[in-house]
Design a protein around this ligand. Structure first.
Ligand code: C5P
Length: 225
């Protein structure tokens, strides 16, 4: 599939997983590899888009033809995504953004104290970038989220789509040997207009192409090249 249906469009993709620092050597992180985000980037380049990838802690070669902005934390990701989104036709939040971060960053490494229990780490909520993107006046910009769920996947996805306010939500089941770090993925893409598109297990590029098909259908005509 090589139809340049995204020619003249700018798309922003977040990829990977944020790290929330505890002290100079430790962080709270997650298992996202960035494979799905990078597959979205490669397929968008192939379809003619100008692509910005905001990559959090991704250990993969840069996708050819895309601009990659490297970030570490959710706060850095928020700043980079909001800036890149200013002139974007679509934003796809494929990254696993930490929901919480340590309330207090320690400037020095936390030490073991002999005979004492460790101090608890208090967490505070991170801003929800996807909800913020969706709530802004955005002049037809298409906003897409991802939801990795372990239980009651479809209902959880429908509820999340409504709560976040995005146009499309890709829901996939995660678990021991599903999704994370694997080259294939199975999902359902839920749309705010009620459409539900199942995507059978297959390469992450196939899911990416379905996402771009659904995005392309929802872009305002004429704005492209
Ligand atoms: O709420 P949950 O983390 O399951 O939502 C997942 C979706 O929301 C993903 O698209 C993720 O990139 C986005 N997200 C975000 N900011 C957060 C948490 C999640 O943009 N703080």
């Amino acid at each position: 599939r090589a139809a340049p249906d995204l020619a003249g469009r700018h798309v922003v993709i977040s990829a990977g997983g944020t790290r929330e620092a505890i002290d100079p050597v430790r962080f709270i992180g997650n298992r996202s590899s960035g494979l799905q985000g990078y597959a979205l980037a490669r397929t968008a380049v192939a379809r003619g888009a100008r692509v910005t990838v905001v990559a959090a802690n991704v250990a993969l070669p840069d996708p050819a033809g895309a601009r990659v902005v490297a970030v570490e934390s959710a706060a850095q990701m928020r700043a980079a995504v909001l800036e890149a989104a200013e002139d974007a036709d679509a934003v796809v939040m494929a990254a696993a953004v930490a929901d919480f971060r340590p309330a207090d960053y320690r400037d020095s490494k936390i030490k073991k104290v002999p005979g004492a229990e460790p101090e608890p780490i208090r967490l505070v909520k991170n801003p929800d970038i996807l909800a913020e993107l969706s709530a802004r006046p955005r002049g037809g910009q298409v906003v897409v989220g991802f939801a990795a769920e372990t239980d009651d996947v479809l209902n959880a996805g429908r509820e999340k789509l409504a709560r976040k306010g995005c146009d499309l939500l890709v829901v996939n089941e995660v678990g021991a040997d599903l999704a994370f770090g694997r080259p294939d993925n199975a999902a359902v893409v839920l749309a705010a207009d009620g459409a539900e598109t199942p995507v059978p297990r297959g390469p992450k590029e196939d899911l990416a192409d379905v996402v771009w098909d659904l995005v392309a259908e929802r872009l305002k005509p004429g704005a492209g090249a």
